[in-house]
Write a protein that binds this ligand. Structure first.
Ligand code: ATP
Ligand code: MG
Length: 419
């Protein structure tokens, strides 16, 4: 058979596994919903310039990973590779920043990056994200980190670490940047990396190659260059995290190599995911609003990867929530029973009891097989003779016990026995 397959680097979510995905997405968002974050949804594509400016011309996302397209009307668009730029664009466009600050928003959806597909790295993936716009307050940075940790913990995840760093601000970062460039220029590096020293030197710290990492041992550290204000801010974030019973590791090589990323930066890494170990990350981006033509709007946010969180749960052997099963399965024998039981199923559903039906005019044997396979607790079975007596058979699929119940009262009886 010559049918279609899902595009390279993508996969479909199907029952029963899709239930776990949905549950993870809900668990990651739950702490935000009870912390004053409002739901935001933006389009799946934006003006390509929003990302080239908002993510950065020199990042892998923009130079290599973006899906871009030109519309019939001549607009240059890109499928969104991440959420922050879109959310900030939407907030500025709606003037939310003129109201009470901070504006706290959360989102959940699909993102697209043209990457080399491998385990935990896809071309279409899902994130749950949060952004807090318009406040410079270490408690806000701490809040977001705590909410992410609480989300992971609520799922039962244990084997993850929080890496933390400060990138300084517009006062102290340029001094550090120059010192780092000076050091990097003296190393033995390939041409592409030498070019990166001039455009985006902090990114070099992030190079995964052993021969590069070896040479970075003596590189100047941002922690030795923070100005007093940044140091004080970072100490407060650390104190608040410690007070909230959160362990973190200082990682001076953790960077977001763009000028509008400032101060707090963090990443969550999982211990059993191989090289795609980052399950989430975020940080402060005090300069981004101005990069997009907006006012000064110091902000902080994170994005957690849903796909990798599901993989992390599997790797830890944590039982994933399974597909919601229905409580009742109706098995009619004959046309009259079909109508009567379809009515019962509709009534049960309206009363809040989950129920399903043997569709497709199956015989008793096959219909009972469907009932058993559905995982339902009860089967309601009826033939012509039962109906003539105004009755249906109620079968407990766990114990096998079967009783006659009046057709009129079966919905009420089931409700009582189930709730
Ligand atoms: P990586 O270093 O693994 O490429 P990243 O720095 O590009 O990650 P972010 O842009 O910070 O990732 O996105 C936040 C989270 O989204 C990541 O921690 C990860 O869990 C998830 N993520 C990013 N890219 C992908 C992808 N291609 N497939 C699946 N999940 C992804
Ligand atoms: Mg990436």
């Amino acid at each position: 058979m010559n049918t279609f397959s899902a595009p390279k680097g993508t996969y479909d979510l199907l029952p029963p596994e899709s239930a776990a995905f949905l549950a993870v997405r809900e668990a990651l968002a739950a702490p935000l919903k009870r912390s004053g974050y409002g739901y935001v949804e933006t389009p799946g594509f934006e003006d390509v310039k929003l990302f080239s400016r908002g993510v950065g011309e020199s990042t892998d996302i923009v130079t290599k990973e973006m899906y871009t397209l030109t519309t019939k009307g001549g607009d240059e668009l890109a499928l969104r590779p991440e959420g922050t730029a879109s959310v900030l664009r939407a907030a500025l466009e709606a003037n939310l920043h003129r109201g009470p600050l901070p504006v706290k928003l959360w989102y959940s959806g699909s993102y697209y990056r043209y990457e080399r597909p491998q385990a935990g790295r896809y071309r279409h993936f899902s994130q749950v994200g949060a952004e807090a716009l318009g406040a410079e307050d270490p408690a806000l940075d701490a809040e977001l980190i705590i909410l992410a940790v609480d989300a992971y913990r609520s799922l039962g995840l244990r084997d993850f670490r929080l890496l933390l760093n400060s990138l300084g601000d517009k006062e102290c970062r340029p001094v550090y940047r120059a010192a780092l460039q000076e050091y990097l220029r003296g190393l033995d590096l390939d041409e592409e990396t030498r070019a990166r020293i001039e455009i985006n030197p902090l990114r070099v710290l992030d190079d995964k190659r052993e021969q590069v990492q070896r040479q970075l041992a003596g590189a100047p550290r941002i922690s030795d260059h923070l100005c007093d204000a940044c140091r004080e801010y970072h100490d407060q974030v650390r104190e608040l995290l410690t007070a909230a019973d959160i362990t973190f590791e200082d990682d001076v090589k953790l960077v977001r190599g763009l000028d509008y990323y400032t101060r707090t930066t963090f990443e969550f890494v999982h211990g059993r995911l191989g090289s795609q170990s980052a399950v989430g990350g975020g940080g402060r981006y005090d300069g981004l609003s101005q990069m997009l033509g907006g006012p000064e709007l110091p902000s902080v946010g994170w994005a957690l990867g849903v796909d990798r969180t599901v993989l992390a749960l599997k790797a830890e052997g944590i039982e994933l929530p399974s597909a919601g099963r229905t409580d009742v399965f109706a098995v009619p024998l004959g046309e009259q029973a079909r109508r009567a039981l379809f009515g019962v199923v509709t009534e049960l559903r309206r009363q809040g009891v989950s129920a399903d039906f043997a569709f497709g005019g199956k015989g008793l044997k096959n219909a009972m097989k469907s009932a058993n396979r559905s995982g339902a607790r009860f089967a309601v079975i009826a033939g012509e003779r039962d109906l003539a007596d105004g009755e249906v058979q109620l079968k407990d699929l766990e114990s096998g016990e079967q009783t006659s119940v009046a057709l009129e009262t079966v919905a009420a009886t089931l409700r009582e026995r189930l709730l």
